[in-house]
Ligand binder design. Structure first.
Ligand code: ATP
Length: 241
């Protein structure tokens, strides 16, 4: 039996008259890296925001279970306490805090001082640019550096499930490669990941399974490698065929 970390059933979300998500099912099992791909406006970000309870006022129907329990109505800090972390689209770093302070904020649910210091060292090792700029305000970092910081900050909480919304957006190709390398490494350390991405090729190459969303519906899901070879996916999302 697969061990569900996240189970979404018949999720429907409407912004006023716009039905952005029209009844989707999605499962993420422990240790999996799952990607959710699809065109602009397909409903991917809306789905992630429904998980974290960060949607604006709108109608939400259906069920979302995390770690075997419904998570509706929980505050962001309660989700982090339950080891669910998200890196939102646009990163969401604390721009007026230093890099070091941002990382410490990511560890607010922990009280193991030595472990926290070790983790900061670990992330400074993985992203030396952050170390060089440790005391600089996060708002002065480049987009790629902010993405690195946002991921490191989220991982400072030792999440069981990490939600990533478009981590490659707006980044130079070399930075995209680096970010994906880190995503693969984090997954191989056992963190369960749900990755929303426009770069379908890189996302499917990194993922175990994939879901395609079109106009608010899941139109395809399955093994990521098989999806990479699927003629419909190739034509619509990989620019091939
Ligand atoms: P993108 O990759 O462009 O972010 P997406 O798949 O993440 O696309 P969503 O951002 O979830 O798509 O948007 C789904 C639909 O919901 C779109 O039609 C969008 O215009 C609409 N929508 C999103 N946010 C709001 C909002 N706050 N108010 C009204 N409509 C919204």
């Amino acid at each position: 039996m697969a061990n569900n970390v996240l189970k979404i059933s018949d999720l429907k979300i409407a912004y006023g008259g716009i039905q952005a998500v029209k009844g989707i099912d999605l499962e993420v099992n422990e240790g999996e890296l799952i990607t959710l791909i699809g065109a602009n406006g397909a409903g991917k970000t809306t789905t992630l925001k429904a998980i974290t309870g960060t949607l604006p006022n709108c109608r939400v129907e259906g069920h979302i279970e995390y770690d075997g329990k419904p998570i509706k109505g929980l505050h962001s800090f309660e989700l982090v306490q339950r080891r669910l972390a998200m890196v939102p689209e646009g990163r969401g770093v604390f721009t007026r805090m230093s890099i070091q302070e941002n990382l410490l904020m990511g560890a607010f649910t922990r009280n193991d001082k030595v472990g926290i210091a070790d983790d900061i060292d670990k992330w400074f090792g993985i992203f030396p640019r952050l170390k060089e700029r440790a005391t600089q305000m996060a708002g002065t970092l480049s987009g790629g550096e902010q993405q690195m910081l946002a991921m490191a900050r989220a991982l400072m909480s030792h999440p069981k499930l990490l939600l990533l919304d478009e981590p490659s957006m707006g980044l130079a190709p070399i930075m995209v490669e680096r970010i994906f390398e880190v995503i693969r490494n984090v997954a191989s350390e056992g963190v369960t990941i749900l990755l929303v991405e426009q770069n379908a090729k890189l996302a499917l190459q990194a993922a175990d399974r994939g879901y395609v969303m079109e106009s608010g519906l899941v139109t395809m899901h399955g093994d990521a490698q098989q999806m990479l070879n699927d003629p419909k996916v190739k034509e619509a999302y990989l620019g091939e065929g």
